[in-house]
Design a protein around this ligand. Structure first.
Ligand SMILES: [Zn+2]
Length: 260
């Protein structure tokens, strides 16, 4: 296998020399791949558009001495609208960073790649949807696709249906009703070294979270919340993903800093 054709999103570029780049691709077929693009930075290069950050492209790659080189390329989608605003650009950088972090070589994750592509499309083209909703839906669905899907049906201790405000126990990915929370928290405290993080969530936010983990990917953003609900959803979904990945992203910090 020294020549392959892949569909890939460019999630990172590192400039090497005047005209060359090393690209990190998340491919549909082979997971994450690092490839060398000789001369692709040149304005005359036929690979210029396909090799840009955030570009979704097809590539023919050739392997030589352990390294992959770009032989042919064709851009499918460049998500042009991302580049219109700094907040859109920096949110897209965070989405690509998360995708890069959760994927590995030789292990295709087509669902995660599709989620990232749909998210970039929404950031680029859906001016009717607030960025905070796009970001929150990406974060929670990404956590779910990575195997951290929270159990959002009933209280995990008493199994009762929930109404009104409830607690999301982030590290255990479960809900607790107000009656069961103090006892569950005490039990948790007895296990040394356990990280604990609880959010109080309203019925509206819980419904939005249930929608995000269960909706068809193409309809992921078809929900709405009032301003307070959206604020809480944003906080919870970000906290949920970041705490499960146990990783912080400088692109996330930058995105939040420009919103201040
Ligand atoms: Zn309970």
């Amino acid at each position: 296998m020294d020549r392959i054709c892949v569909h890939a999103l460019v999630v990172r570029e590192t400039e090497t020399g005047d005209y060359d780049k090393i690209l990190t691709l998340v491919t549909e077929e082979h997971g994450k791949l690092t490839v060398t693009g000789k001369g692709v930075k040149s304005l005359k290069s036929p690979h210029l558009v396909a090799c840009q950050p955030f570009a979704y492209s097809t590539f023919v790659l050739k392997k030589s001495r352990k390294f992959w080189y770009i032989e042919e390329s064709e851009n499918i989608e460049d998500f042009y609208g991302i580049r219109n605003d700094l907040d859109r650009l920096s949110l897209s950088a965070y989405v690509c960073d998360v995708l890069e972090y959760v994927t590995v070589e030789s292990s295709p994750e087509p669902e995660l790649l599709r989620l990232a592509l749909n998210t970039l499309y929404a950031i680029s083209a859906r001016r009717d949807i607030p960025l905070s909703r796009i970001k929150a839906a990406f974060e929670l669905r990404c956590a779910a696709e990575c195997g951290f899907c929270p159990e959002l049906s009933v209280c995990d201790v008493c199994q009762k249906e929930l109404s009104g405000d409830v607690y999301l126990d982030v590290m255990n990915g479960r809900l607790l009703c107000p009656e069961c929370k103090p006892r569950a928290e005490k039990e948790e405290e007895m296990i040394e070294g356990t990280a604990r993080l609880y959010y109080i969530i309203t019925a509206d936010v819980l419904n939005a979270m249930r929608y995000i983990v269960g909706a068809q990917r193409s309809k992921l953003l078809a929900f709405s919340l009032d301003e307070d609900g959206q604020y809480l959803l944003s906080k919870v979904c970000e906290g949920y993903l970041i705490n499960h990945l146990e990783h912080s992203f400088s692109t996330l910090e930058f995105y939040k800093s420009i919103l201040l």
